[in-house]
Write a protein that binds this ligand. Structure first.
Ligand code: HDD
Length: 719
């Protein structure tokens, strides 16, 4: 990952468009909204210094009225989110499959705006809750806006959009007391799950580590539905869209996620903001899985069913381009809050499938913006404007900005030369793929959607042992908070269809009866088949590992070992690791050679859960000082208990043992000490050892993200 802070991103066509709307108040006199200069902004106009306020105080009236109307409704789902700008480039022309212009020319940079979000929580809720994450991308293409409104989980809870309001009602805080906020640990959530067993597959994902990402920069994105790519000959391929983060897919641990929710509820947005400000631009490769139209029925699952993935081992993901996020917004309300995504915003070359969830979404997104953004002209809000020109006969409505000239606003006309006029497909007119459709009007679902468990099982089978333990514990936590014994029992019985051991473990944890072996829950079928085997691509164990952008707490006090520190900071800089010094007080601390380092945090303002790793600086005096600070010792304990890399000099053995880390074999090992057992994350420097070797080993350990071997050793598996 390149560090690009030397160069400011060049203005792209979308950025130039936004520039027309940007205002800086620097050095300007204050005015009213009518442009009248204001002479006084602290005292309302009164009849006498102690008298009543006068109605004629236009400045007071205007300021107060605007304030009173500042809020708009939050999104009914995905209320909490954060948006950033960037660009997309395709690797090679995709002409064979699609005529979409932004997928043709590798030299073309298409501006994008991406909003990441949680789903259930309200706008002020915490970032690190257990939930799916929204991953919505607006491509400002020269043929109009294409919105890929996806999640970080490739399947959905339900198969038909008609059930979406029910799903959301059940998942949101309960209506009688509005508890709990942004949480899946409550009765209505699990009551819905157990009585709508099509949710089984996605629930396996939300109970997995995927639902507690380390960073928006370290999660995948999925278009979920099957779409179509259509080429200029009118030939179509079915397609699933993917985003693959170059930093790999990594997650927090649950205890940490909950603590972060209190220590820094803005953890994910801060992480994204800071990475971009530092020039560590998040990058995601754009992937497609494609099948021919005539392959539609070749699979054990229905490709129109949004509760099914296309296993990557069966249909490989081709990485066809890359998105780089390189610019923070200027104003969160103007850009992020007013961004209006719509799964129905497609461009020529991209079309829909008959997935009944997708079809229903096509209605919902415009509808919701009408109430949220207050009228039909939300496409004119700067962030929503396409970079392509807009010409049609739509007129008027609240907050219309465009001043349409001319006498005619209807088609067809003769007075206006019949402009604007529809154009042919060759001239770029959107034509819908001419799929032949036949059928009776029925309220029914295809039998091919009835298998609710095969892929839930596939997911379970694909997990490593440690990931399985996390899933069991997540179920025990979430279902353990359910008050209804009946609902708990229903959940256990339902997940008995996914895996008996899993369900037994949940049952044990929440104190209900084990599942009835092999019995089907709620009438859904349990299909067998080849793809119940494992899909390695689903396990996070097989993801990319990199030390780049990892945040490391450097615990140090006066008298730190300057030579070791220099070597470690140099290795960190080379690997793109971000060190931040934590000490007793803010300000400068001095090393053994008199060199100075600035402590950016204290043990009060920072917390172990906000870092990826801890490095306890060498130097007897510094270590002795830290050893006497309870919070410093706890800091290390917690990092260790969250399976993070802990690096220290062997001089720190006392401090480490106070943190519960015992270096029984410390002197027997050199450098990268593996103690206890196979702990790849405990990096201990022998006093005689060169600091740069230690530094390299530290960086290698940080790249591994977490050291799950420690977890398997430390924490007895759920029994
Ligand atoms: Fe949705 C927002 C993703 C199903 C109705 N959805 C919304 C956002 C994302 C998704 C990422 C936030 C966009 C933003 O950042 O502004 N939604 C999904 C995915 C789904 C899905 C991946 C399943 C594959 N959604 C879905 C259904 C419906 C909706 C079935 C209704 C029929 N979604 C909405 C909405 C929202 C929304 C009510 C709320 C705010 C908004 O649209 O702009 O219309």
């Amino acid at each position: 990952m390149d560090r690009k802070n030397e160069q400011q991103p060049q203005k792209d066509v979308k950025d130039s468009q936004l520039e027309e709307f940007r205002v800086s108040d620097a050095g300007k006199p204050m005015t009213t909204n009518q442009g009248v200069r204001v002479s006084e902004d602290e005292h309302s106009l009164k009849a006498g210094e102690r008298g009543p306020t006068l109605m004629e105080d236009f400045h007071f009236r205007e300021k107060m009225t605007h304030f009173d109307h500042e809020r708009i409704p939050e999104r009914v789902v995905h209320a909490r989110g954060f948006g950033v700008h960037g660009y997309f480039q395709v690797y090679k022309p995709m002409t064979q499959y699609t005529k979409a212009k932004f997928l043709q020319d590798p030299s073309m940079k298409t501006p994008v705006f991406v909003r990441f979000s949680t789903v259930a929580g309200s706008r002020g809720s915490a970032d690190t809750v257990r939930d799916a994450r929204g991953f919505a991308t607006k491509f400002y293409t020269e043929d109009g806006n294409f919105d890929l409104v996806g999640n970080n989980i490739p399947v959905f809870f339900i198969q038909d959009a008609l059930k979406f309001p029910d799903l959301v009602h059940a998942f949101k805080p309960e209506p009688h007391n509005e508890i709990p906020q942004a949480s899946t640990a409550h009765d209505t959530h699990w009551d819905f799950v157990a009585n709508n067993t099509e949710s089984a597959h996605m629930v396996m994902w939300t109970m997995s580590d995927r639902a507690i990402p380390r960073s928006y920069r370290m999660m995948e994105g999925f278009g979920v539905h099957t779409f179509r790519l259509v080429n200029d000959k009118g030939e179509a391929h079915f397609v699933k869209f993917h985003w693959k983060p170059l930093l790999g897919v990594h997650s927090l641990v649950w205890d940490e996620a909950q603590k972060i929710a209190g220590k820094d509820p803005d953890f994910h947005r801060r992480d994204l903001w800071e990475a971009i400000e530092m020039g560590d631009y998040p990058e995601y490769e754009f992937g497609v899985q494609m099948i021919r139209e005539d392959e539609e029925f070749n699979f054990d699952f229905d490709i129109l069913d949004p509760t099914k993935i296309w296993p990557e081992e069966l249909i490989p993901v081709q990485r066809i381009g890359k998105m780089t996020l390189n610019r923070n917004v200027d104003n969160v309300f103007a850009e992020t809050e007013q961004a209006a995504f719509h799964v129905g915003n497609v461009v020529p070359g991209i079309d829909f499938s008959n997935d009944p969830l997708l079809q229903g979404r096509l209605f919902s997104y415009t509808d919701t913006q009408l109430i949220r953004l207050g009228g039909p002209n939300f496409h004119e809000i700067p962030i929503n404007r396409p970079v392509a020109e807009i010409h049609n006969n739509q007129r008027d409505g609240y907050h219309r900005m465009t001043i349409n000239r001319g006498q005619t606003s209807y088609h067809k006309n003769s007075l206006g030369n019949n402009d604007p006029r529809p154009v042919s497909e060759q001239e770029g007119g959107y034509t819908h793929y001419q799929e032949k459709v036949e059928g009776r009007k029925v309220r029914a679902r295809s039998d091919s959607f009835k298998d609710h468990y095969t892929q839930a099982k596939l997911f379970w089978n694909s997990m490593s042992d440690v990931e399985k333990q996390h899933i069991i514990k997540a179920f025990r936590f979430e279902v353990g908070k359910v008050k209804s014994k009946s609902v708990q029992q229903q959940v256990v019985d339902m997940f008995g269809n996914v895996d008996l051991m899993l369900a037994e473990q949940i049952a044990l944890g929440v104190g209900v009866n084990p599942p009835k072996a092999g019995e089907e829950a709620s009438g859904a079928t349990v299909a067998g088949g080849a793809e119940t085997q494992a899909s390695p691509a689903l396990s996070q164990l097989h993801t990319a590992m990199s030390p780049a952008t990892r945040k490391v707490a450097v615990l140090a006090a006066d008298g730190f070992d300057a030579g070791e520190m220099k070597a470690v900071l140099a290795a960190f800089a080379e690997a793109g690791v971000v060190p931040e010094v934590v000490s007793e007080n803010l300000g400068m601390i001095a090393g053994t050679d008199g060199s100075q380092l600035e402590a950016m945090h204290t043990f009060l303002t920072a917390d172990s859960v906000l870092f990826d790793a801890v490095y306890v600086a060498g130097g007897e005096q510094s270590i002795a000082k830290l050893q006497g600070i309870k919070e410093a010792v706890n800091f290390v304990t917690e990092a260790y208990n969250h399976f993070k890399t802990v690096g220290a000099s062997e001089l720190a053995a006392g401090l480490l043992s106070g943190s519960g880390i015992h270096l029984a074999d410390a002197s027997a090992s050199s450098g990268h000490l593996t103690s206890p057992g196979e702990d790849t994350g405990l990096v201990i420097r022998k006093e005689t050892e060169d600091g740069s070797i230690f530094a390299r080993q530290l960086v290698d350990a940080i790249a591994l993200h977490r050291h799950w071997g420690r977890e398997m050793q430390m924490i007895s598996p759920a029994k």
